[in-house]
Ligand binder design. Structure first.
Ligand SMILES: Cc1cc2nc3c(=O)[nH]c(=O)nc-3n(C[C@H](O)[C@H](O)[C@H](O)COP(=O)(O)O)c2cc1C
Length: 162
């Protein structure tokens, strides 16, 4: 199967949109990602798949930490910004008006995300174009109101109120 057929299949998996972020102010990196999964609850771990050519890849490896910020439906513009739309890269992506804070690891954490997980990098597996990063969740926080931003069939979706 070629890559375009594979992508045509995978775009039917509705995914929660996240921003994975790392680094210190002045040298931060972040990218929009749907390749995020829980791994185990004891220890509390998650995995994310990040393309090695992404500017954020090296920042995660160097800082040994990253955050996963699960976006709310009203944060589509931010998702677009962190996927490269508009041309912002690296630190510039953090200068669009959103508030970024830190928790335990020092990785940037998005104020207003549905939930944020603050992770220390435990392990890294390189495969083809991507790395699988395994993070231990050392801190986190969540909102109790608001719905998720989803990505499905090459577009953003707001599933609305239940
Ligand atoms: C909805 C959506 C989901 C994405 N998921 C991932 C992902 O899981 N992993 C990844 O490496 N890139 C993913 N991307 C692509 C990156 O967001 C995009 O290539 C980004 O510009 C990479 O950052 P860079 O410009 O620093 O390389 C996704 C893009 C979109 C729009």
């Amino acid at each position: 199967m070629d890559a375009s057929r594979y992508r045509a299949l995978m775009r039917h998996q509705a995914g929660a949109v996240t921003i994975i972020a790392a680094g210190r102010p002045g040298a931060r990196g972040g990218l929009t990602a749907t390749a995020f999964s829980s791994l185990s609850d004891n220890p509390p771990t998650v995995l994310v798949c990040v393309q090695r050519r992404s500017g954020t890849h090296g920042v995660i490896v160097a800082s040994r930490a990253f955050s996963v910020n699960i976006l709310a439906h009203e944060q589509q513009t931010l998702a677009e910004r962190f996927s490269g739309k508009g041309g912002a890269s690296g630190e510039q992506r953090f200068e669009g008006g959103a508030v970024w804070e830190t928790m335990q690891t020092g990785a940037p954490v998005l104020a207003g995300a549905l939930a944020s997980l603050d992770c220390e990098l435990l392990d890294e597996h390189e495969f083809a174009t991507h790395s699988i990063f395994i993070g231990r969740v050392v801190d986190g926080r969540f909102r109790t109101e608001g719905g998720p931003l989803l990505y499905f069939r090459n577009d953003y979706w707001d599933i609305g109120a239940r």
